[in-house]
Write a protein that binds this ligand. Sequence first.
Ligand SMILES: CC(C)(COP(=O)(O)OP(=O)(O)OC[C@H]1O[C@@H](n2cnc3c(N)ncnc32)[C@H](O)[C@@H]1OP(=O)(O)O)[C@@H](O)C(=O)NCCC(=O)NCCS
Length: 152
Amino acid sequence: MIVRKAKLSDVEQIHEIVNYYAEKGMMLSRARSMLYEHIRDFVVAEEDGEILGTGALHVLWIDLAELRTLAVKENLLSKGIGSKIVDFILEEAKELGIPKVFTLTYQPGFFEKHGFNVIQKESMPHKVWTDCINCPKFPNCNEVCLEKIIDL
Ligand SMILES: CC(C)(COP(=O)(O)OP(=O)(O)OC[C@H]1O[C@@H](n2cnc3c(N)ncnc32)[C@H](O)[C@@H]1OP(=O)(O)O)[C@@H](O)C(=O)NCCC(=O)NCCS
C-alpha cells in the first residue's frame, strides 16, 4: 500500500468511500464537482489501483488548515490505514509551513491518538463554518473540534 496525493482518476472511488459514510450521517457528503475542484487537497491510500482510504488538507488562512474528509473502506478499518493518511497529511502541513491543523469529527478518540487536542468550536474563526452552514445538521451538531500544533 502507498499513500500519495490524489489524481483526477481517483475521484470516483473517493466519492464512493466518502458518500458511503455520509449516507450513515458520519461525515459530510461530497459532490463530484467538489472533489474535482479540490483534488489538490486530497490524499489517498492505494493498493494495486484500489483506493483504500482518503483524506484532505484544506488551507483556510495564514496559519490554519483543516484536515477533513478522512475515511477508510469499512472492510479495512483498524489496519493502520487512517493513521498513515493522517501522518502524510500532517507532513504535508509541515512542508507547507502551516502552524495549526484542526478537524471537526465524530471520532475524537482517533485524532487524540495523533496528538490532536479538543478545543472549543466557538474559538475557531468564522471562515471555518463555510461547510457547516450547508449541512442539514447545522446548527445542532455534536461534532468535536480538535487542533494540532505543527512543529515547523
Ligand atoms: C476514523 C477512521 C478514518 C480511522 O481509520 P482506521 O484506518 O480504522 O484507523 P487506524 O487503523 O489507523 O487506527 C489507529 C488507532 O486509532 C484507533 N481508533 C480508530 N478509530 C477510533 C475512534 N473512533 N476512537 C478511538 N480510537 C480509534 C484504533 O483502534 C487504533 O488504535 P491502536 O493504534 O492503539 O491500535 C475510520 O474509522 C473511518 O473511516 N471512519 C468513518 C469515517 C469517519 O468517521 N471519519 C472521521 C473523520 S470525519
